[in-house]
Design a protein around this ligand. Sequence first.
Ligand code: ZN
Length: 203
Amino acid sequence: MKIFCVGRNYVEHAKELQNEVPDEPVIFIKPKSALLQPHTPFYYPEFSNELHYEAELVLRVSKNGKYIQDRFASRYYNAISVGIDFTARDVQQELKQKGLPWEKAKAWDNSAVVGTWVDLTPEILRSPINFSLKLNEDTVQKGISADMIFSFDKIVAHISQYFSLNIGDLIFTGTPAGVGECVVGDVLQGYLEDKKMFEVEIK
Ligand code: ZN
């Protein structure tokens, strides 16, 4: 199992980090060990002093594939959730400045949180999907799939030009504006529409 992530998939988020709006999806990967397992505590990473949450819609791959065309891409995923692509922003800034890969900022153990899964039906996919993140009592991020620069299908098709997609792979589809810092003791809750998908406390 592998975890694909899309960077800069919302215009407002690209702007808030002073990044250019990309003309093709920005893709990076987290290993299997990045997935926080159920009933496992989340610990603040010791190598960072600036931990950021990034709430994202997450797709689960349901069919093996390679070189998938846009128009067939929706056959390759069948479940959705909300997750957090935890990012050591200070580490990432340093790596970006040096032009180095992001893994140490993005792909560390337990840096990927995923909530419960909802089966994707054509009905759900027909209208824009809303999601949000609460930090303690405040809603800090609100996203809607219609604001994505690259749609689910475009992302799946694009990834599959480079990597085989396998059943069980996860795809984090990018974060909307509002990313920010969290500290020990904070509680983060992710919502898909009005349904709570996960709750994680920073230990
Ligand atoms: Zn992200």
